[in-house]
Design a binder for this molecule. Structure first.
Ligand code: FES
Length: 100
């Protein structure tokens, strides 16, 4: 896997942040803020938050590049530990957030 992302060295710090954010028991969706994901400017997360009124049901935070750039824009659902591309967001929201 090739990733030329500037933020790659910071990737390990994401796990500590995830533990802190999960204390309120809400699922957390981390949106990659790395260069390659930002280039693709994913907007589907905002769309689904509005569509399914998820604002009070989930937390949204940003993470650094995790070397999954070929799937950009990349998201991560915590605590389920599911990495996915934005194109799969609808399925993830329905199955893991809305439990449909
Ligand atoms: S920029 Fe590398 S995974 Fe997002």
């Amino acid at each position: 896997m090739n990733c030329f992302c500037f933020y790659a060295r910071k990737a390990l710090t994401v796990n500590n942040t995830m533990m802190e954010n999960s204390e309120n028991n809400k699922p957390v969706i981390y949106r990659c803020d790395g260069v390659n994901c930002r280039k693709k400017k994913g907007k589907l997360l905002d769309y689904y938050i509005k569509k399914y009124k998820l604002k009070d049901k989930i937390e949204v935070d940003e993470m650094d590049c995790n070397n999954r750039c070929e799937q950009a824009p990349v998201l991560h659902l915590h605590p389920e530990d599911i990495w996915f591309s934005e194109k799969d967001l609808g399925t993830i929201v329905k199955r893991h957030i809305l439990n449909k």
